[in-house]
Design a binder for this molecule. Structure first.
Ligand SMILES: NC(=O)c1ccc[n+]([C@@H]2O[C@H](COP(=O)([O-])OP(=O)(O)OC[C@H]3O[C@@H](n4cnc5c(N)ncnc54)[C@H](OP(=O)(O)O)[C@@H]3O)[C@@H](O)[C@H]2O)c1
Length: 380
């Protein structure tokens, strides 16, 4: 296992962190429960092999993750790791809820304190709501009374929002979605540069894009197979993220013992700055090959917004592109149905064309909306 200093917090952290969101499940007809015995054995064996960062959150595994982590960390394991959990900000309805959730989470985890306490999945709206509840005063107070050590946040929005949040408080860490496809998405490379400038260490989630990069399409696999250095698609994805010195630990949501084993092997040698120029060119080609498969040239600049009828054009197009990129349009159908529920789908379009007047890419938006609607409305 490789270790790096966790920014300036004064300790070293394993480059592989265990994400406790995708634990093995026992399926019984319609019912799913987390396989606690397997989850505990997997986490403990990873800790025995050097992992010292554990990431959980209030909603993971339908609320089962925190109590399972608590039980896994008995018998001396708690002292061997840094423990992170997250405030479910979308459930917070009053300033009093901030303390209520933290206290409940400490009980669920069966610990007197957590190391990292993150505001979970912040975006613009959630951050505004948290600010209205004076969340930073709550964080300062929870540090002072010993319930948390390092106030942090996890993030899912655009760079401008990331910048706003990062500069608003003395954060100990930021957790971002980052992988070789997301260099200009969410916080992206600009977010990494800003974090370096502000000396805020990063934790990376979704290094495999939630698992998608582990199942390469045949053309991607062919590029990987032709490269002289023999590494799997998973290994290239981890090595890409691990090359960044700003990234302290890389979370993997491992759901089988084989994945734990594979990732422990890979992280024996994931070092900062270790990729050669040729390695970087390979990864750039993998990215280009994925990106080329995105048929709609939408950059999500949102100049087309607001649509007078509320059609969420960038959201529809990015889901469509994403599904095309991985060659699996069934991924789009589910996401489109949630856009339909929000009444922001393409069927609301009255073809006024205002969006096309504004689009800097000159996209035939109305035609693409029809195509997306057909694809999103078809049976899986
Ligand atoms: N704060 C937030 O908003 C937020 C959001 C997302 C995640 N997270 C945290 O970040 C952690 C990491 O994110 P993630 O779970 O999305 O990470 P990820 O590494 O992008 O995806 C995990 C998935 O990748 C696949 N995988 C992992 N190792 C593999 C291997 N060696 N070979 C083949 N497939 C492999 C598995 O997919 P299969 O299960 O399909 O096999 C696994 O479920 C989460 O577990 C969670 O703790 C936080």
């Amino acid at each position: 296992m490789q270790y790096v200093p966790f920014g300036q917090l004064g300790f070293e952290i394993s480059r592989l962190g265990f994400g406790m969101m995708r634990l093995p499940q026992i399926v019984n007809g319609e019912e799913k429960t987390t396989d606690e015995a397997r989850a505990i054995a997997m986490l403990r064996s990873a800790i025995d092999r050097g992992v010292n960062y554990v990431d959980t959150a209030y909603p993971y595994c339908a609320g089962q993750s925190e109590p399972i982590v608590g039980r896994a960390l008995r018998d001396g394991y708690r002292e061997r790791v840094k423990l992170a959990t997250k405030l479910p900000v979308w459930k917070v309805e009053s300033p009093q809820d901030l303390d209520r959730f933290l206290d409940e989470q400490l009980r669920r985890l069966d610990v007197p304190y957590v190391d990292f306490y993150l505001l979970h999945a912040l975006d613009k709206e959630r951050w505004e709501k948290m600010q209205s509840f004076h969340v930073t005063e709550f964080l300062d107070r929870a540090v002072k009374d010993g319930r948390i050590r390092y106030p942090s946040f996890s993030f899912h929005d655009d760079y401008a929002v990331f910048r706003d949040i990062l500069l608003s408080y003395d954060w100990c860490m930021a957790q971002i979605q980052f992988n070789y496809l997301d260099i200009r998405n969410q916080a992206g490379l600009s977010g990494i540069r800003l974090a370096r400038k502000r000396k805020v260490p990063l934790v990376v989630m979704e290094p495999l894009r939630g698992g998608a990069l582990a199942s390469p399409t045949p053309d991607i696999q062919a590029l990987i197979d032709r490269y002289p250095e023999k590494r799997s698609a998973v290994e290239w994805a981890f090595r890409y993220v691990g090359d960044f010195g700003e990234v302290a630990t890389i979370l993997s949501g491992m759901s089988t013992e084989e994945q734990v084993e594979d990732n422990l092997r890979i992280f024996d040698d994931v070092r900062v700055g270790a990729l050669s120029d040729a390695d970087k060119r390979l990864i750039a080609r993998l990215r280009q090959t994925y990106v080329k498969r995105m048929p709609i040239g939408c950059t999500r600049c949102a100049y087309c917004q607001p649509c007078p009828k509320g059609v969420q054009i960038p959201r529809i197009f990015s889901s469509y592109n994403e599904a095309s990129m991985f060659g699996d349009m069934s991924r789009f159908t589910g996401r489109y149905q949630s856009i339909v529920q929000d009444q922001a789908d393409a069927s609301q379009c009255v073809r006024c064309g205002l969006c096309e007047d504004q689009c800097p890419q000159h996209l035939p938006i109305r035609t693409w909306l029809e195509t997306a609607h057909k694809a999103g409305s078809s049976e899986k």
